[in-house]
Design a protein around this ligand. Structure first.
Ligand code: PMT
Length: 404
């Protein structure tokens, strides 16, 4: 499936000494799998539970342990770690670590870096339940929350010391979920987005069809990014080899006519439509029931026009935002502008599919955004995930303008 969700994000994982350190190893694995660049800082006590080598091997980056290590400072200084971070995650965060941060103490690499960062800090405490309930601890945690640190409450269960109570580190998947929510904007929360992706297949006979080179990558990247930004996403997709992104409802279709039906069935509850699919403009006028046999030297296929789904949507647009794509091989802007107007769109994403790194079945794209007010924006070569987020940034702006 497309680009990982946290691609381009830098996370500093601060690990302090508690039995739950083993879960931080799994969290690191999940963060790197999601595409984040992770730098681990371990306190001295954390190293009593798991060696830095484990974190180093899984993160692919040197683990930072020592404030006064000349070598580590030369490789990447603690201030530069604090600067580079998009997010600090402190997991597990001990009562000691939280107490020190709450009182502005910076006597080791982790506390110094936390103090020096302007990035959001997600604190995930884990400790014995009596320690957790201790009013001194509670006061420190409150101080952190008041200072803008995000606290992810520990869960109740059997603790390592055999006690039953509140103090367990939440599961790594849950921590990843909260961390992702902090890292990615939630600016499409409450918005219903319908995305189309992939090619359509127009059957000639039981063994043959007409189609195009669309892989679905562009549309899937948009669906994934929209879901990550809080939208409720329905993805109507022609045949692809891609995995449906988490949290996305997928309606698989084959032909343009099936895509039309699925899109229209969902249209009434949709706020935004993004049509990245490469829909066949024509289908065989007659689909043969049996395989066409080789006979004459020439065979003429008669084609009939498919309905233009996007034009239909444009004709009953209401307050919705409609975004179309234009895949062109010549006169890119002229054709794209014509589609924008004819289909009653708010925005068209124009890609010159003859350019290297753009268009069908590649992980990147080179696009221009055309808007109904005549504005044109040119974007350079970027991954399809980046194009998706740029597109959604514009959708957010268009929505704000409409709501005013
Ligand atoms: O899937 P990938 O391999 O990642 O490739 C991405 C892509 C090149 C397919 C994508 O970026 C793209 O350009 N998609 C639109 C391709 C296209 O068919 O454009 P078009 O100019 O034929 O159609 C214009 C718009 O009308 C499109 O939004 C299309 O979805 C829509 N349309 C077209 C025909 C039709 N019968 N109904 C439609 O709704």
């Amino acid at each position: 499936m497309g680009e990982p969700m946290l691609q381009g994000k830098t996370v500093v994982l601060g690990v302090s000494g508690g039995i739950a350190v083993y879960k931080a190893v799994e969290l690191l694995r999940l963060l790197t799998k999601s595409g984040a660049q992770v730098h681990v800082i371990m306190t001295k006590n954390a190293q009593e539970f798991v060696t830095p080598l484990t974190f180093q091997t899984l993160s692919g980056n040197p683990v930072h342990t020592d404030l006064f290590s000349l070598y580590q400072e030369q490789e990447i200084g603690h201030i530069s770690l604090a600067d580079q971070a998009d997010l600090f995650v402190l997991a597990p965060a001990t009562a000691n670590l939280i107490g020190k941060i709450a009182h502005g103490l910076a006597d080791d690499l982790l506390t110094t870096s936390v103090m020096a960062t302007k990035a959001p800090v997600l604190v995930v405490p884990a400790m014995n339940s009596n320690m957790y309930e201790n009013p001194l601890y509670q006061r420190n945690e409150k101080l952190l929350a008041e200072a803008g640190y995000r606290i992810m409450e520990p869960v109740t269960g059997e603790l390592a010391c055999g006690w039953q109570g509140k103090g367990k580190l939440p599961e790594p998947e849950q921590i990843l979920g909260v961390a992702t929510g902090v890292l990615l904007p939630n600016d499409l929360l409450g918005c219903q987005i319908l995305v189309t992706a992939g090619p359509t297949r127009e059957e000639i006979d039981p063994v043959r069809y007409l189609t195009n080179y669309s892989s679905g990558k562009m549309g899937f990247a948009i669906a994934q990014a929209a879901a990550a930004r809080g939208a409720a996403v329905t993805l109507v997709s022609g045949p692809t080899n891609l995995q449906v992104p988490n949290g996305v409802k997928c309606v698989p279709v084959i032909s343009a006519e099936q895509m039309r039906e699925a899109v229209l069935a969902n249209y009434s509850v949709t706020d935004v439509v993004v049509k990245a699919a490469a829909v066949a403009d024509y289908r065989p006028a007659c689909r043969e029931d049996n395989k066409i046999k080789k006979a004459a030297d020439e065979l003429t296929l008669s084609l009939e026009k498919n309905s233009d789904i996007l034009s239909e949507l444009g004709a009953q647009k209401g307050e919705r935002i409609l975004v179309g794509f234009a895949a062109e091989t010549e006169r890119l802007l002229t054709h794209a502008a014509e589609k924008l107007q004819r289909k009653n769109l708010d925005m068209v994403v124009a890609n010159d599919v003859t350019s290297t790194g753009a268009g069908f079945d590649v992980d990147t794209n080179i696009v221009r955004f055309l808007f109904a007010d005549g504005c044109v924006e040119e974007l350079g070569l970027m991954t399809k995930a980046q194009v998706a987020n740029q597109l959604l940034d514009r959708v957010v702006t268009l929505r704000q303008a409409k709501q005013q």
